[in-house]
Design a protein around this ligand. Structure first.
Ligand code: NDP
Length: 241
């Protein structure tokens, strides 16, 4: 019960890694705020948590494609009204978008992807900071990728959004260093068997990939005492903790 009475928001909680972390954290006693765009999938995860744990989950139905300044404020207000304090914010939701050359990337596709992968983490973090400051050792995890470090041909706006997200984490980290116990981490989960991975690598045999469950130790580590001492804020799967 490492996470008993901790309140943690997970974006993209309905599938893949986000769904696994929701299960993991709630099994350790956390109240999970499940943010997703699909009502049916949200209800299924919510019911599963209610059935198997003694925690207080909350559903926030939101298509991050549509997120606005007011929408982010409303989400922050809803969380503050329900829980008062937020211990963790896991920016996990992302879209892969089109794997095509930048020359052929349309503005519409660019805007949609950037809103989900970059604008949403910025706005949600900004408006949730007051609730995160109420926690001892609040955590913000921005989900990164191998294509954040070096642009890769045909990975378009996805690669650019992940590089920018890494910069966002670095800026937040510096701005809060020394003045707050909140820590901001980038985490690259590495190749993991999910629907996004299958969309990116359709010819790959998913059975050769690790499952989202294999990431459990990393996601628990972010809320452990050991993470307070960590100097490096960029963690990749395979790094020793
Ligand atoms: P999935 O596609 O399996 O899951 C993505 C989640 O994000 C789903 O819950 C999806 O909702 C949600 N989502 C997507 N768009 C929106 C939106 N507009 N509004 C709200 N929710 C949305 O991907 P993964 O689990 O693989 O990816 C999780 C994170 O890990 C991502 O940030 C990804 O970039 C990163 N990552 C993944 C790797 C991998 O190999 N799997 C490798 C490196 C990084 P819905 O269920 O409705 O589709």
């Amino acid at each position: 019960m490492l996470l008993k009475n901790k309140n943690i928001l997970i974006t993209g909680a309905t599938d893949g890694i986000g769904a696994q972390i929701s299960k993991l954290y709630s099994s350790h006693g956390a109240n999970i705020i499940l943010l997703g765009r699909n009502e049916e999938k949200l209800n299924k995860i919510y019911d599963d948590i209610i059935e198997n744990t003694d925690t207080k989950p909350l559903i926030l139905e939101c298509d991050l494609n549509q997120i606005s300044d007011n929408g982010a404020k409303e989400i922050a207000d809803a969380i503050s009204d329900e829980y008062g304090v937020l211990h963790g914010l896991i920016h996990n939701a992302a879209e892969l978008g089109k794997l095509t050359s930048l020359e052929n990337y349309s503005l519409d596709d660019w805007d949609k992807l950037m809103r989900v992968n970059l604008t949403a983490p910025f706005l949600l973090t900004k408006y949730l900071l007051p609730s995160l400051k109420e926690a001892d050792n609040g955590r913000v995890i921005l989900t990164s990728s191998g294509v954040a470090h070096k642009g890769r041909a045909f990975w378009g706006a996805y690669s650019i959004s992940k590089a920018a997200l890494k910069t966002m984490q670095e800026i937040f980290s510096e701005e809060f260093e020394g003045s707050s116990s909140i820590k901001f981490f980038s985490f690259d989960p590495g190749a993991t068997r999910t629907k996004m991975r299958s969309a990116a690598y359709p010819a790959e045999d998913p059975n050769n990939l690790k499952s989202a469950e294999d990431l459990n130790d990393y996601y628990l580590w972010f809320f452990s005492k050991k993470s307070n001492q960590k100097e490096i804020n960029f963690i990749s799967f395979g790094d020793s903790l």
